[in-house]
Design a protein around this ligand. Structure first.
Ligand code: TRP
Length: 363
């Protein structure tokens, strides 16, 4: 095969496995709807900064919905993943506590959802050793997300970056999660998790499988663009933070770029910046962005921005109020995390016992 053909073959293979994952995602979502209590969900975030509207619509909203349906829900704050592609843990404690604030303000109830930090659960981390024996170096090197994270970091590939999808398998499997809501970029990690679960069971636990093979649930929320029309990302300074004040939000929206055309139209291809503002207004007001554009008509960028500021700040008002109230008592927030960590340790110890027993390592 020529290089081009190789590339096309790899592309086809990826899209075939993507389609299979999407189909599995749809089927799992339907089963979960019918019988929520049969499901254990685990997902999580890296504590690298504050959550923004993209996180809310892309994942937090769905987590709250699953929790309220009666799924057994678990959220990991993946602190060790922070050092996969950066060499500082500056502000990590502050980032972690602020994640807890945003989760709770968004409707995560810690009496229903276990919230915990990766580094606090030693037995979960110990699963790494047997799990690493179940994957080859070639499989690790093939992970497209690891590759692109390495390129973006501008650093050499560290052992941690190469193997973090296996950590993520530990995150998912220590609590025997069978459903993992994620974005597309995390799909390869759920695939390797399925492989690890299957290989562990085949090798050590044929009669009594220890692990389920979890299914990814892919978010079906439209990706919310950043205020400049690019992907919403903290590093671009184009993100609306859930915890920002109404004034900060207004300032940020006011200085976002538009174009000189007075007539407002929804046209993501030719007018990405105007359209990003309309999409933001649409998601936060629950209306069709085209209809909003028609209402604004000849009002120009000023009227558009005033509309966006109002709909975003109205949408986030309650979240921000709850967040500020919770932030008055950070001791309680710390207690919630301690409690989640305690429960996570109990579950991880139990699973590690089962693993050692299946492997005959009982002395
Ligand atoms: N990799 C995920 C992210 O960066 C965070 C994460 C860590 C995660 N462990 C997980 C997601 C387990 C799902 C399941 O967004």
């Amino acid at each position: 095969m020529t290089d081009d053909q190789h590339l096309t073959a790899a592309g086809n293979e990826m899209s075939a496995s993507f389609l299979a994952a999407q189909e599995r995602s749809n089927k799992t979502a339907a089963k979960l709807e019918a019988n929520p209590s049969a499901f254990t969900m685990l997902t999580g975030d890296r504590p690298t900064g504050r959550l923004h509207l993209g996180h809310y619509f892309g994942s937090i909203k769905e987590r709250v919905a699953m929790q309220n349906k009666g799924v057994n829900t678990n959220i990991i704050i993946a602190d060790y993943q922070v050092i996969t592609d950066r060499d500082t843990t500056e502000n990590i404690q502050d980032n972690v506590l602020n994640l807890v604030l945003d989760y709770m303000a968004a409707g995560i109830d810690p009496t229903k959802t276990m919230i915990f930090t990766h580094s606090s659960v030693a037995a979960e981390n110990q699963l790494m050793l047997p799990f690493l024996s179940l994957v080859t170096e070639a499989e690790l090197h093939r992970n497209p997300t690891v590759k692109s994270e390495m390129e973006a970091s501008g650093h050499a590939l560290t052992g941690l970056l190469l193997t973090y999808p296996v950590h993520q398998a530990c995150d998912i499997l220590f609590c025997k999660a069978n459903v993992v809501p994620i974005g597309k970029d995390n799909l390869p990690h759920v695939e390797i998790t399925r492989t690890i679960a299957r290989r562990f069971n085949e090798r050590y636990a044929k009669k009594n499988p220890v692990f389920p093979e979890p299914a990814a649930i892919l978010s079906d929320a439209p990706e919310i663009p950043g205020l400049d029309g690019r992907k919403m990302s903290k590093s671009y300074g184009n993100s609306i933070m859930l915890g920002a004040t109404a004034e900060e939000t207004a300032k940020l929206i006011k200085k976002s770029p538009t174009d000189s055309e007075r007539m407002i139209t929804f046209d993501p291809v030719n007018r990405p910046q105007v359209s990003a503002l309309l999409t933001t207004a649409g998601l936060t007001s629950g209306r069709d962005p085209r209809e909003i554009a028609e209402d604004i008509g000849n009002g120009g960028g000023g009227a558009l921005k005033a509309f966006v500021i109002d709909s975003v700040n109205t949408f986030l008002a309650e979240h921000r109020e709850r967040r500020a109230e919770l932030a008055k008592d950070m001791d309680t927030v710390c207690d919630i995390l301690h409690d989640g960590n305690k429960r996570a340790n109990e579950i991880a110890n139990q699973t590690l016992d089962e693993v050692r027993e299946a492997m005959g390592m009982v002395y």
